[in-house]
Design a protein around this ligand. Structure first.
Ligand code: GUN
Length: 289
């Protein structure tokens, strides 16, 4: 069998960002509004710092305003909540993202619930979670949204397909399952306690891997020809001692069995930021309707 088609998230996300930039320009020229995204980072987690820097760069490139709020790791919870209240009231800010994870002394759920649901570009506020699960217009979490865009690009209609989501997080697994249900897939959410996981995965036409365990999903777990979306970003040490990024799927094995697969890096990762910009644009347009 020939190797799987590689799903190019870099190329797709670059096209999406171009489209967004065009809409931003139109909003600016015709409505005199510039979409603004505020990102809040508490502490110095190195991975989070990289993400926040990339978000800032992409936001500015797309023609939007970027407001960065970097707070020390020991910032009291009350101060973070006060900052969010200010951003909720700021007419120049259309989207608010608080980078997770937060330091242990801060209650993440409380912070998420302090964000105005209309500005919640992560889609983590219970109002947006509820609206998504009810099939209503909602802010949709960026990684699942980007994954769905790639799936539709590869497969067209998803109607009637068997989808297995491995992972049940609020950030990826659960919203991914909701989106796939909306697309009329038959959805199974598997996780670390699932019995006979390889057999469950083998039923799937679509596999979304979001467990955070390097290369856990093996090639012989896959149905030949299936489509694999690998959400995992794991930094591991290779045999020669160098560090490398790998997904939750054993790529070398999976590429021999799947019909199409996202690489890591260059698959889902760049889609997440493009969808964040898309959500900011949508939030801005809704706030100025
Ligand atoms: N940390 C890891 N992924 C995400 C995400 O999608 N949004 C936020 N806010 N923090 C994250």
């Amino acid at each position: 069998m020939t190797d799987a088609r590689l799903i190019d998230g870099n190329a797709f996300s670059a096209r999406l960002r171009d489209t967004i930039a065009t809409h931003v320009q139109t909003l600016r020229d015709e409505h005199h509004v510039v979409p603004g995204l505020a990102v809040v980072l508490v502490g110095e987690d190195p991975a989070s710092q990289v993400y926040v820097r990339t978000k800032h760069k992409r936001t500015v490139e797309t023609g939007m305003k970027s407001f960065e709020h970097k707070l020390p790791a020991d910032t009291p919870e009350r101060e973070v909540l006060t900052l969010i209240e200010g951003l909720n009231d700021d007419p120049e800010v259309h989207g608010i993202l608080v980078q997770l994870p937060l330091p242990g002394h801060i209650d993440s759920q409380k912070v998420i619930e302090a964000i105005d649901p209309a500005k919640d570009v992560d889609g983590f506020h219970p109002v947006n979670v509820g609206r998504l699960s009810a099939g209503l217009d909602a802010m949709v979490p960026c990684t699942p949204l980007g994954s769905l865009m790639l799936l539709k690009d590869v497969l067209g209609k998803l109607d009637g397909l068997d989808a297995v989501v491995v992972g049940r997080s609020n950030i990826v697994g659960k919203p991914m399952a909701q989106l796939l249900i909306k697309e009329s897939c038959t959805v199974t959410v598997a996780h670390s306690r699932t019995r006979d996981l390889p057999d469950v995965v083998r039923r799937a036409d679509i596999v979304v891997a979001a467990v955070g365990r390097p290369e856990m999903i093996r090639g012989d777990w896959l149905k030949p020809g299936c489509t694999v979306i690998d959400v995992g970003i794991n930094r591991i040490e290779a045999a020669d001692g160098t560090k490398k990024l790998v997904g939750d799927v054993n790529f070398a094995e999976a590429v021999k069995v799947a019909g199409a697969i996202t690489p890591v890096p260059g698959g889902v990762g760049p889609m997440t930021i493009a969808c964040l910009l898309r959500n900011t644009l949508v939030a801005c347009a809704r706030q100025h309707r």
